[in-house]
Design a protein around this ligand. Sequence first.
Ligand code: NDP
Length: 370
Amino acid sequence: MTLPITRRQILASSLLTASAIALAPHVRAADDQKKVGFCVVGIGSLAKNQIIPALANTQSAKLVALVSGHAATKAPPIVKDFHLKAESVYNYDNFDTIKDNPDIDVVYIVLPNSMHAEYTIRALKAGKHVLCEKPMATSVEDCQAMIDAAKAANKKLQIGYRLQHEPVNMKAIALLRSGELGKIKNIEAGAGFPIGDPTQWRLNRKLAGGGSMMDIGIYAQNACRYLSGEEPVEVSAMSYSTPNDPRFKEVEETLLFTLRFASGLLANCASSYGFGVNRFKVTCEKGMIEGDPFLSYKDLSLFARLPGKPGRQDITPKQVDQFGAEMDDLARAIIQGKESTTPGEEGLRDMKVITALYESAKTGRVVKLG
Ligand code: NDP
């Protein structure tokens, strides 16, 4: 299944090219043996175009195995370019035998959302650490079961919040925490793109768990949490889907929502499959910062109005491969015996907020969070 071109445009993704995969051989560095071995599950758009090429840009991770329902057609070029062992290509039926492969340290779940919980728990039971794509799962109960399985297996569980590992968003967080701009008064955040093919799994409730909010709006909501450093205490939301549009028969097109934080801070946000938006703006007592765009795979920008300095300044830092940074964070956590920066608990918190937002949109009421 391929992503619609519109999503490719908004994320400015690098396409799968022979040159991207051909980057692979240079990862075979002298210290390759010390790297943490990753097994990628589901060779779809994100795995092919971002994650597998990013494994060429990591310090501490390497690709050692694949799981695919279409291994005969999808695996061969990757096996060749990454010098994988033929026996390190699995399918969904023999997935559990990864437990016998000592080369695999981490299983990276890049499947449709409703499959995340099952494959995460099976990988943990096979004695592997897990990196699971966002959204963590499609229910709070599944998120909790995944965290419990990681604890029972004594393995790490990281959620694929790439923006919390990349310099633009990290610089925004650092600037807000420094106090230089004073108290945060308001956050506006929007994440959306016009979705294409009505037959794709993202528009199938059973596989996606919801619509734009599960897939792209989660970035706006997660940004409000990491930018403020606070948890929302109550939320309200309104949803809209274009009548008779074949794309929105099962899931919502747009969700507009408000988050109230304990300090009194209010954030107003947009999530959409109907229009493009990719921006946050944090207004503070003594200034402002703006990420525009803040969630693309590359070429993000950060602007600020700083106290004592005239005008709006471009303070964008140097950027890195976000997926490489995310995988290195988990690899380092494993090597050094530390916690990942974005553990399962972070995914669970988002799922609690998203569940409350859907409840608010359905009932028309403000929903309180514990
Ligand atoms: P794709 O549809 O492109 O790929 C999903 C892959 O999962 C398929 O190619 C297939 O691989 C496998 N699969 C197994 N069962 C099914 C099924 N029933 N229907 C469809 N695919 C199936 O999706 P993406 O790669 O775009 O997304 C995968 C995950 O990554 C999602 O959870 C998504 O939210 C997340 N994501 C995260 C992004 C980020 O920036 N962090 C960006 C994009 C996506 P195979 O044929 O090999 O079995």
